[in-house]
Write a protein that binds this ligand. Structure first.
Ligand SMILES: [Zn+2]
Length: 81
């Protein structure tokens, strides 16, 4: 048996076996979201404000495996002329 590897949470700098957890290398979900929001903000603050589309695009880059193009709801609230 080997002791768990202790790492430092990039957000709050607390030391612990974070690599064992589901939010590795962060100590908690909160710290992971804080870090994600931080680099998203830095990335997009340069040229244009952060939009829902930008967040969606960033999320798509994060997990390219999940494509729901086939299951996207069609716009159905258009009034027929
Ligand atoms: Zn943390």
């Amino acid at each position: 048996m080997t002791p768990p590897l202790l790492v430092r949470c990039p957000t709050c700098h607390k030391t612990g076996p974070w690599l064992e957890g589901r939010y590795a290398p962060f100590c908690s979900k909160r710290c992971k979201l804080v870090d994600l929001g931080r680099w998203l903000g830095e990335e997009y603050r340069i040229s244009e404000p952060l939009t829902v589309e930008k967040l969606a695009a960033a999320a798509a880059e994060e997990s390219p495996a999940g494509t729901d193009a086939g299951t996207a709801p069609r716009p159905s609230d258009e009034e027929p002329i």
